[in-house]
Ligand binder design. Structure first.
Ligand code: NAD
Length: 422
């Protein structure tokens, strides 16, 4: 019998990840030792980085890398550059990577890293020195067969390129496989740029089919207009014929009931640095965006934004979680009881790690696939995972998130058992 654990932290994401694991473990009657192993990261490294700033001063940054579980293969997960980063958020995110790679049945484990910094207030040179210092501190901890980072919030293909270069210098040979999400010219994969959103859009298409809905002409809202959110806009239009009526970024939210054209909005964001102030749009609040009467809501920014406070007012039929951990367990129950169909983050945003895995495979072969091949393979992986989660939800009569956890925890527990860890 598994004991309910008291929260280990004040961090919402961390407690969310623990609660989700507890629920799945109880349903599958997970061995208590396996449960205890999975509650904690196997390893974590805390680093302090000194960076010479452009004004001649030296600034000290704190960073982390957490390796949650590598029973099924090397750890995999992004690096975040964010002023509010905490070790507990990174711990939660690392565990979600373990579950995500397992749901997708990729031969990988889960990791996550971050640096507490404000990249928007740093020059390109300062960001380069910070990124290179991060990998120098972590070098022996990472590697193509140990732990492979990738882009995440406020980290870009260029940052991945600097990290690949610095690691190659440390190894005395090109070793680009240490990181994914690289620029194409440095061993990146075709199709990685839009992979997270593309995987999510494939799931929305399958969810709509399950619900007997035709997404063409239906309305969508997107919270967060970065990599995941902006490509979700593009592909919701191109692949599903939807209308995106509201989007937001850290500087504001905009609304137009007729929908936004992708190219024009992207151009405005590139020119002004934000979606705010886009012509023929009304400014709305973040709360209003989340509560709009839409068919699909895409949270594509940060974690813990759908909570017990706003869940009762959410009117979307489908929530496609491109962000990691956007919904708290309390909100999950409220939304499930209201009949909202959630495509959980473990599945919905797994297109990114899946194409990152394809990038690893291509790097190790030194042979690269066409974009069309990448997309076809991604679509197949997403479909299989979607069906497995859907089937598990019916078998156990649980909501999709719990179903995704059940699929993932069973796979990781099986690997740990076979390795003799418990
Ligand atoms: P990004 O840095 O490219 O974009 C983040 C966006 O969110 C920016 O537009 C930013 O302005 C916006 N934002 C920040 N705070 C906000 C707020 N309070 N309200 C509204 N918008 C806000 O990051 P990304 O890579 O698109 O990641 C977004 C989410 O998707 C994260 O949760 C990340 O973990 C998840 N994710 C990303 C990938 C990927 O491949 N990029 C893969 C899986 C999951």
């Amino acid at each position: 019998m598994l004991m309910k654990q008291s929260p280990l932290s004040e961090n919402i994401s961390y407690n969310t990840s623990q609660t989700q694991l507890e629920e799945a473990a109880a349903i599958i009657k997970l061995d208590p030792a396996a449960f205890e192993l999975l509650r904690h990261p196997l390893r974590e490294l805390h680093i302090t980085i000194a960076v010479k700033m452009d004004n001649g001063s030296t600034k000290i940054f704190q960073g982390f890398r957490v390796q949650h579980n590598d029973a099924r293969g090397p750890n995999k997960g992004g690096i975040r550059f964010h002023p509010d980063e905490t070790i507990d958020t990174i711990r939660a995110l690392a565990s979600w990577m373990t579950w995500k790679t397992a749901v997708m049945d990729l031969p990988l484990g889960g990791g996550k890293g971050g640096i507490i910094c404000n990249p928007k207030a740093m020059s390109t040179g300062e960001l380069e020195r910070l990124s290179r210092a991060y990998i120098r501190q972590l070098g022996s901890f990472l590697g193509p067969e140990k732990d492979i980072p990738a882009p995440d919030v406020y980290t870009t293909p260029q940052i991945m390129g600097w990290i690949a270069d610095e690691y190659s210098i440390m190894q005395g040979k090109n070793s680009f496989g240490v990181i994914t999400g690289k620029p194409l010219a440095l061993g990146g994969s075709a199709g990685r740029g839009d992979a997270t959103a593309r995987g999510g859009i494939y799931c929305v298409r399958d969810a709509a089919e399950t619900l007997g809905l035709n997404p063409a002409g239906e309305r969508a809202a997107i919270q967060g207009y970065g990599n995941a959110g902006s490509f979700a806009h593009k592909l919701a239009l191109e692949l599903l014929g939807m209308k995106v009526i509201a989007v937001s970024d850290s500087k504001g939210c905009i609304y137009n009931p007729d929908g936004f054209l992708y190219d024009a909005l992207m151009e405005h964001k590139k020119t002004t640095g934000s979606v705010s102030g886009f012509p023929e749009s009304a400014a709305i609040s973040d709360k209003e965006l989340l509560e709009l009467d839409v068919t699909v809501l895409f949270p594509a920014a940060l974690d813990s934004v759908i909570t017990e406070t706003n869940a009762p007012d959410i009117r979307a039929k489908i929530i496609a979680e491109l962000a990691n951990g956007p919904t708290t367990p309390e909100a999950d129950s409220i939304l499930y009881n209201k009949g909202v169909y959630i495509i959980p983050d473990l599945l919905c945003n797994a297109g990114g790690v899946t194409v990152s895995y394809f990038e690893m495979v291509q790097n190790s072969y030194g042979y690269f696939w066409e974009e069309e091949q990448v997309q076809q393979r991604l679509e197949k992986k997403m479909k299989t995972a979607f069906m497995e989660v859907q089937q598990t939800s019916q078998t156990y009569k649980v909501h999709n998130r719990l179903a995704a956890y059940i699929v993932a925890v069973k796979r990781v527990a099986e690997a740990m058992k076979l390795r003799g860890w418990y």
